[in-house]
Design a protein around this ligand. Sequence first.
Ligand code: PLP
Length: 358
Amino acid sequence: MTWPNIRDDLKLFEGYHSPQLAVDVRLNTNESPLPPPDKWVDEIQKAVTTIEWNRYPDRHAFELVSQLAEFHGLQPNNVIPANGSNEIIQSILLAYGGKNRSTIIFEPTYAMHAHIARITGTRIISCDRGESLLCESDELETLTTTKPNIIFLCSPNNPTGIIEPKETIISALEYCSKSGSLLVVDEAYGEFSDWSAIELVENDAPIVVTRTFSKAHGFAAGRLGYAVGATRVIDGMKEVLLPYHLDSFKQIAAITALKYRSEMTERVEYLKSQREKTSEELKNLPLKVWDSAANFILFKPLETVGMSGNDLWKALVDYSVLVRDCSNWPNLTDCLRATIGTEQENNSFIDSLKAILG
Ligand SMILES: Cc1ncc(COP(=O)(O)O)c(C=O)c1O
């Protein structure tokens, strides 16, 4: 028997997937620690009985798209939904990347940008950020020399939590307008930060901003993401989506979620206040801590601690606390990332760190 081999360019860099361990406190995948409101779940359960299961779903998810567009002050043809923002990223790369095209990725950032680029056969131009972990003028200058077709920026960035200043996004967008490149701003954590690149979206601008229901909306299990951008860009993405890609259940669940925006905002505010409290506590320990505009915090042990990031990660697991070990990711030696949980989870995390670090 001779088995077919998978393409050898499909190997995700080693150590990306977060181990799923049975622990008491799970702070490793940036999910919301809070389930959606009970009323929402009840409403969805009722709505399920109205679905015509023998029929294909609304192909363009028009009601959902219209509501998202209205919320962002845009038109329905500026919005496209998909099965998680990962599928949105894939659609962007399928439509605007691919053979003989390139994308620039500023490391460290969300690993799936590079991985999906690889899957779609898009050449990756990997550019390291400097000490600040921001995308500064040096990084932006590489655009003129490398001439990528697609520029990925993640703001707030995963795993650093750092938000890119508006000027950075505007500079990248100006480059794109002149060069025919597309600017993608991944805002999976946009609800947790103070400004959004969505304000730059207009039909004359080659920008697309991606969002997800997996984080702020507490709907990671439902797999819904969307993009907003110039109609022309969105139309390009529609070319590569499979017919009826968004099932009827998901469309109903997401429309229902939008009725509970104020509850979602309350949860986001709660998590933001927990983030600030946790960040202060971490800064009182022998750790380097990055300020975050997302629902997670990046940190690493100071040299004086005499522990590697991986040692600290293992020690936390012994206390039944699971965070993300980013210590072997590009430019993140010894770094760990902790998702903001409930107050009780955050307290267990801090108490465990205090016990470990003395
Ligand atoms: C920066 C970033 N973008 C996109 C995603 C994918 O989210 P989704 O669940 O919508 O596919 C994640 C998930 O962790 C993320 O961190």
